[in-house]
Design a binder for this molecule. Structure first.
Ligand SMILES: [Ca+2]
Ligand SMILES: [Ca+2]
Length: 90
């Protein structure tokens, strides 16, 4: 299995463990990429965005907090923003 597919499969498996709701119940921190508000950018943030992969404005799963570049679609560009900030903290 190519590395990218293995990585994506791991993310999806992890995201299945997280509750899925259309709207987040937490407040984001000022730390870009910290979508779960725990003051750290890590795999949990990545998996929360991955769970909403390819959702767009108007979809029940879409929420602006996960659309990090604000283009109306949650996709690889948002995942890249988190990946670039992995390990940063408030
Ligand atoms: Ca976080
Ligand atoms: Ca986006």
């Amino acid at each position: 299995m190519p590395m990218r597919l293995a990585w994506a499969a791991a993310l999806l498996a992890l995201s299945a463990l997280l509750p899925l709701a259309g709207r987040p119940t937490h407040a984001a921190t000022p730390l870009v990429g910290d979508v779960n508000g725990d003051c750290a950018v890590n795999i949990l943030d990545l998996s929360m965005i991955a769970r909403r992969y390819l959702t767009a404005q108007g979809s029940l799963l879409y929420a602006p907090i996960y659309d990090l570049n604000g283009d109306g679609v949650i996709n690889i560009l948002d995942l890249q923003i988190v990946a670039a900030r992995m390990g940063t903290r408030c």
